[in-house]
Design a protein around this ligand. Structure first.
Ligand code: C2E
Ligand code: MG
Ligand code: MG
Ligand code: MG
Length: 278
């Protein structure tokens, strides 16, 4: 690209960058007060067995409603919270809230909580997990922590050691959004994840019979099987996607087809129905 064109694109891009930075600033200021103003809630999305369609767990998904900004998606505010070093306290609140809520469900139902790389790398993280478990009295094996491949890319955090400490507590581990990051497969031999979550992009591709997506899911399932790990297909929206990932051997399914993320009372009510039927 020539200097002239570079100048032109500079003019084009600067306003966007400016809006972007301005948006981050606005979000950061609002985020600083969001916890104390009780603006966060946690929604819960069912994860069901591919075989029988019974609920195995719920994923806790953070929701933020701010009086001025309205509902802001975690895809937008979580990265800002990470950069502003706010994800620690916010994540700890999610962890405590989710553990307490899971105590209201039947004993065999687990809760999955997302943990960002920034959070996992913080020296107090394992202690905060122990504290959330003991305050709620939730059994460690009913808590699953979801991390992405990015935890292995941060320098000097000793992610493998922290994950081992969590496993030693009896907490379960899931590798989220698998296949979208840049990490090496070597980490899969170092950390005994219970579950690999196959990203929705592959699920969508496979149901459209994209040969690459089919091959990738097939390979991930085979690898997980031989490593003794389960697989969850993320973002299953249609019967066709369900049929495809089932045929490919995914053990668990999560997606709008079975249930959207829902407020805690609604998730709880699913078990009242179960009991009425049984
Ligand atoms: P994730 O952990 O991969 O969560 C799954 C996302 O996919 C959720 O988006 C969920 O609502 C969405 N989803 C589930 N089923 C379907 C489907 O069938 N179709 C489509 N189109 N989407 C589906 P959500 O709730 O907007 O969260 C986005 C991301 O924000 C999460 O991705 C996670 O990375 C992050 N996040 C959410 N809550 C927390 C949290 O408490 N802590 C941290 N660190 N990150 C969080
Ligand atoms: Mg997740
Ligand atoms: Mg995911
Ligand atoms: Mg995802």
């Amino acid at each position: 690209r020539s200097k002239d064109q570079g100048g032109g694109s500079h003019n084009t891009y600067e306003p966007q960058l400016h809006v972007h930075a301005e948006e981050r600033r606005v979000l950061e200021i609002a985020l600083r007060k969001a916890l104390e103003r009780n603006e966060f809630t946690v929604h819960y999305q069912p994860v069901v067995s591919a075989e029988g369609g019974t609920i195995e767990s719920f994923e806790a998904l953070l929701r933020w409603n701010n009086p001025e900004l309205g509902n802001v998606s975690p895809a937008r505010f979580v990265p800002v919270a990470e950069d502003a070093r706010l994800i620690g306290p916010i994540g700890e609140w999610v962890l405590r809230t989710a553990c307490q809520e899971a105590m209201r469900w039947p004993d065999h139902i687990r809760v999955a909580v997302n943990v960002s790389a920034e959070q996992l790398g913080h020296p107090g993280f394992v202690t905060s997990v122990i504290s959330a478990l003991s305050h709620s009295r939730l059994h460690a094996h009913r808590l699953e922590l979801e991390v992405t491949e990015s935890v292995f890319m941060r320098e000097g955090t000793g992610a493998v050691a922290v994950l081992d400490q969590l496993l030693a507590l009896g907490v379960r581990l899931a590798l989220d959004d698998f296949g979208t990051g840049y990490s090496s497969l070597g980490y899969l031999s170092k950390t005994k994840f219970n579950t690999i979550k196959i990203d929705r992009s592959f699920v969508q591709g496979a149901s459209k019979n994209a040969p690459e997506a089919l091959a990738i899911i097939r390979a991930v399932v085979a690898m997980a099987d031989s490593l003794g790990m389960a697989t969850t297909a993320e973002g299953v929206e249609t019967e066709q996607e369900l049929a495809t990932v089932r045929k490919l051997g995914c053990r668990k399914i999560q997606g709008y087809l079975f249930g959207r993320p829902m407020p805690a009372p609604e998730a709880r009510r699913l078990f009242d129905v179960d009991r009425a039927v049984a």
